[in-house]
Design a binder for this molecule. Structure first.
Ligand SMILES: Nc1ncnc2c1ncn2[C@@H]1O[C@H](COP(=O)(O)OP(=O)(O)OP(=O)(O)O)[C@@H](O)[C@H]1O
Ligand SMILES: [Mg+2]
Length: 246
């Protein structure tokens, strides 16, 4: 069954029309690259899917049921997790504390409730092993590389075993080796039947891990096709407008 279906989704911020009539379908276990120039509307679309703000028009269905998210927790309950463009991690906390931020494991002893640090270290450690990342649960995020930070942000999304992970530019600001690690993480998510929407300006990343590519230009979807049926040259043309649509 189709996991996510957007029908005619639009968004305006006052006079700015950020998105117009977006149709988009995502199947379970599928990775879709969302590409487009700066200001094309990619982050806006992801934020609507994640419940950060409502669409101005159109509808969203999850597994065939129409949903209206009022806040991010609504989307999370529907099985959608997000890795934001800025990662939203706390530098002064450990990897494990970041993974569990706002969802801490607590233990009750009589009337008292304690944070169960050991349980969180253990579970975070398992998640990093699953992701084949060398990140250690007790390390502080402030001393981590960009790739390790990504692993923390991605492990965080796995806590609730989501159906769909939205990633906004996960490889924009990291080294070549770390990019490879993040792409491996995305492949691992797919293997475990998680769907991924990957926003990226990096053509090689999209062609390596995505099954489909959707291109936005000035708030409109101008292409949506199988990676195998496109080329980086065609996608570049679609992004810039040299190619009208495909
Ligand atoms: N909160 C907001 N208030 C007003 N306008 C906004 C807001 N968020 C986005 N916009 C506008 O909506 C349009 C789409 O922006 P968006 O951030 O979705 O682009 P993007 O494709 O993610 O770009 P980038 O590649 O630079 O991240 C832009 O014109 C932007 O200025
Ligand atoms: Mg953006």
């Amino acid at each position: 069954m189709t996991l996510l279906s957007l029908k005619g989704v639009s968004k305006n911020f006052g006079a700015i029309q950020a998105l117009t009539g977006i149709d988009l379908e995502i199947q379970p276990g599928e990775a879709v690259g969302l590409m487009g120039d700066n200001g094309a509307g990619k982050s806006t679309l992801v934020k609507i899917i994640a419940g950060n703000f409502p669409q101005s028009g159109g509808s969203i269905e999850i597994e065939g049921r129409q949903v209206q998210f009022h806040k991010p927790i609504d989307a999370r309950h529907a099985g959608i997790e997000v890795v934001y463009q800025d990662l939203a991690l706390c530098d002064n906390l450990t990897a494990a504390a970041n993974v569990f931020l706002g969802r801490e494991i607590k233990r009750r002893i009589g009337p008292f409730s304690y944070l169960d640090h050991q349980a969180m270290y253990d579970r975070a450690g398992e998640l990093f092993v699953e992701l084949k990342s060398e990140t250690r649960p007790r390390d502080y995020v402030r001393q981590m590389s960009g790739g390790q930070r990504q692993a923390v942000a991605i492990a965080r999304t796995r806590l609730s075993d989501p159906k769909l992970v939205l990633m906004d530019e996960p490889t924009a600001a990291i080294s070549v080796r770390q990019v490879a690690e993040v792409l491996d993480l995305i492949k691992r998510l797919k293997e475990t039947n998680h769907a991924v929407i990957l926003i990226s300006h990096r053509m090689p990343d999209v062609f390596e891990v995505c099954d489909r590519v959707a291109v936005l230009r000035r708030g409109r979807k101008v292409a949506d096709k199988a990676i195998a049926q496109s080329t980086p040259e065609e996608v570049t043309g679609l992004i810039t407008g040299a190619i009208e649509a495909a």
